[in-house]
Design a protein around this ligand. Structure first.
Ligand code: GUN
Length: 286
């Protein structure tokens, strides 16, 4: 039976959005309206849902937004041209090109073309580099959301042993950098890690981003540890499952995120936060 505290990403996200909304209202009085451009190439159904949700979030929070929907056979050249145009547009502070892109387009070329000051995904090498050396940057949204959720539990990150399973560029690596920045001692685990459970059982904070349904169960977890599940996997039954077997894990863990309703709701909220920050910097207000 679950006795663990469930960390509600929805609730934390709603609180942050409320604060963002208030800040946007006062910025608008100073003539600064944050603007986000979202670019979707093709008709991937999951991407369409994400893009709609991003536009909706902009509307709810009082941001200006533009959605650019391009044909699936758009050339890399045409997409680059749009990115360059958005880089120059003063009413746009954040540019998000929805991934994955069709195969005729090289993702890296597109990410590198986005002005680092407008890279609200935090994927540009300049922002990644600034994250690593601890300079101001736009932080990648899902990793930043993970840190917010851990902080929300009230547990001090400094001095704790954090174990991250997964070393992707969009989650595992940046999460580990952010945890180090919060003064955690960080261990990275991945598909070639020997004796993974020996390591994860030492974790005060366990972040799981492997993309395999129910990969982590109670046997990986130190009693009372904070568990953050970044996975979203679609099972054959159509149900969503995280990378953590919630029933099993929550029988020993401390505060733990559910899927859905954990990390998921935080990602767009952190995107809005980045866009607001980019707008403030563009107006010399931060
Ligand atoms: N596709 C799935 N997640 C993301 C994300 O965070 N950013 C972008 N640009 N595309 C995605």
């Amino acid at each position: 039976m679950t006795t663990a505290q469930i960390i509600s990403g929805k609730q934390v996200s709603d609180e942050i959005r409320q604060n963002l909304k208030t800040e946007v209202e006062s910025l608008a009085e100073q003539g600064c309206v944050p603007g986000l451009a979202v670019v979707l190439v093709g008709e991937d159904p999951a991407s369409q849902v994400y893009v709609r949700n991003k536009a909706k979030a902009c509307e709810d929070l009082g941001f200006y937004s533009e959605v650019h929907r391009l044909e699936a056979d758009t050339s890399q050249e045409d997409l680059l041209e749009l990115v360059h145009k958005l880089n120059e547009q003063s009413n746009i502070n954040g540019i998000l090109v929805q991934l994955p892109l069709p195969k005729q387009i090289e993702e890296k070329a597109i990410i590198n073309a986005i002005a680092p000051s407008k890279d609200v995904d935090g994927f540009h090498p300049v922002n990644v580099g600034n994250l690593v050396i601890g300079d101001d940057s736009l932080l990648p949204c899902t990793p930043a959301g993970v840190i917010e959720l851990i902080k929300h539990t009230g547990i001090e990150i400094s001095g704790k042993h954090a174990v991250v399973i997964g070393r992707s560029n969009i989650v595992g690596k940046p999460v580990s950098m952010l945890l180090q920045r919060e003064n955690a001692t960080v261990t990275m685990c991945h598909s070639r890690t020997a004796n993974m459970k020996e390591l994860t059982r030492q974790a005060d904070i366990l972040v799981v981003a492997v993309g395999r349904a129910n990969f982590v169960d109670a046997s990986y977890i130190k009693p009372g540890a904070v568990v953050i599940d970044v996975g979203i996997n679609r099972l054959e039954t159509g149900k969503l499952a995280g990378d953590v077997d919630f029933e099993s894990a929550s029988s020993v863990s401390g505060p733990i995120t559910p899927v859905p309703g954990g990390v998921g709701p935080m990602t767009i909220t952190m995107l809005m936060k980045n866009t607001l920050l980019a707008a403030k910097r563009a107006h010399g207000l931060s």
